[in-house]
Design a protein around this ligand. Structure first.
Ligand code: DC
Length: 215
C-alpha cells in the first residue's frame, strides 16, 4: 500500500501482545522503518548492567545516562541502536537479566525523557512504525494513526514460553502500568485490537485497513 510520507504509526500494548510482529509487518507494507522502542529501554538497561550499576541506584543510573551516547540507525528497514559505542544484539536485549530489570530502568523519568527525545528525533528523519507503551499517548500524541494491541495474560505468557524466553510478564505489566512516569495507558483515540484469538495476518489487515480509512 503506498502512503504519502512522512507518516508516524504508533503501536502500543502490554508485553508479548504481538505488537512487535504486527508493527514489523505494517512497516514493511507501508515502506516505513520499524522501531522497537522497548529495545531502546532494553539497550540502556544492558548498558547499566555492563557498567556494574545496580538498577535501583537511580543516582548512578542518571549519572551514566548523562555520559552515554545513543545512536539510532536503520538496517533493512529495521531500527538499530548503539549505546555507548556498542551495537546491541537481539540476544543481549532479550536476556533474562535485562527482562528482570528493564521495567525498573524504564520507570525513571530522566531515562524516559532522554529516550523519548531520541524517538522523536528518529521520526523527524524518516517515516516510522514505532511500537512501545507510550508511543501514542506521550511520544506522538498528534499522529492520527494509533493502535493498541492487547491479548489475555494467558495467551501472552504462552507466547513468551513458546519463544523460549524467560520473562515474568505479569510482574512487568504491573510495573509498566503503575509507574508514575508515562504508564501504559490506551490513548483516547487509539484503535484497540485484541489479538488473543486472531492471527498476525488478521491484525495486520485491521491496522492497514484503519490507516487507509483515515488517510
Ligand atoms: O516492548 P518490550 O517488552 O521489549 O519493552 C521492554 C520494557 O521497556 C517494558 O517492560 C517497558 C519498557 N518500555 C517503556 O516503558 N516504554 C516504551 N515505549 C517501550 C518499552
Amino acid at each position: 500500500m503506498s502512503v504519502e510520507h512522512p507518516i508516524i504509526v504508533a503501536i502500543d500494548g502490554p508485553a508479548a501482545s504481538g505488537k512487535s510482529t504486527v508493527a514489523k509487518r505494517v512497516a514493511a507494507e507501508l515502506g516505513c522503518v520499524f522501531v522497537n522502542s522497548g529495545g531502546m529501554y532494553r539497550a540502556f538497561t544492558w548498558w547499566v548492567l555492563q557498567n556494574d550499576i545496580e538498577p535501583s541506584d537511580t543516582v548512578s543510573v542518571i549519572e551514566l545516562l548523562g555520559r552515554t551516547e545513543f545512536l539510532c540507525g536503520e538496517e533493512d528497514g529495521v531500527g538499530t541502536i548503539t549505546v555507548g559505542g556498542t551495537r546491541m544484539t537481539r540476544k543481549e536485549m532479550a536476556s533474562t537479566q535485562v527482562n528482570g530489570q528493564v521495567s525498573m530502568i524504564a520507570s525513571i523519568p530522566e531515562v524516559r525523557e532522554r529516550l523519548v527525545g531520541e524517538q522523536r528525533l528518529y521520526a523527524s528523519r524518516t517515516s516510522v512504525v514505532m511500537e512501545g507503551r507510550d508511543i501514542g499517548s506521550v511520544v506522538f500524541p498528534e499522529t492520527p494513526f494509533k493502535f493498541y494491541i492487547d491479548a489475555s495474560p494467558e495467551v501472552r505468557e504462552a507466547r513468551r514460553r513458546a519463544e523460549g524466553i524467560d520473562d515474568a510478564i505479569a510482574e512487568r505489566d504491573k510495573i509498566d502500568s503503575s509507574r508514575k512516569a508515562s504508564p501504559l495507558v490506551i490513548a483516547e483515540d487509539a484503535l484497540v485490537i485484541d489479538s488473543s484469538d486472531l492471527g498476525v495476518d488478521e491484525v495486520v489487515a485491521r491496522v492497514i485497513g484503519s490507516i487507509r480509512e483515515r488517510l
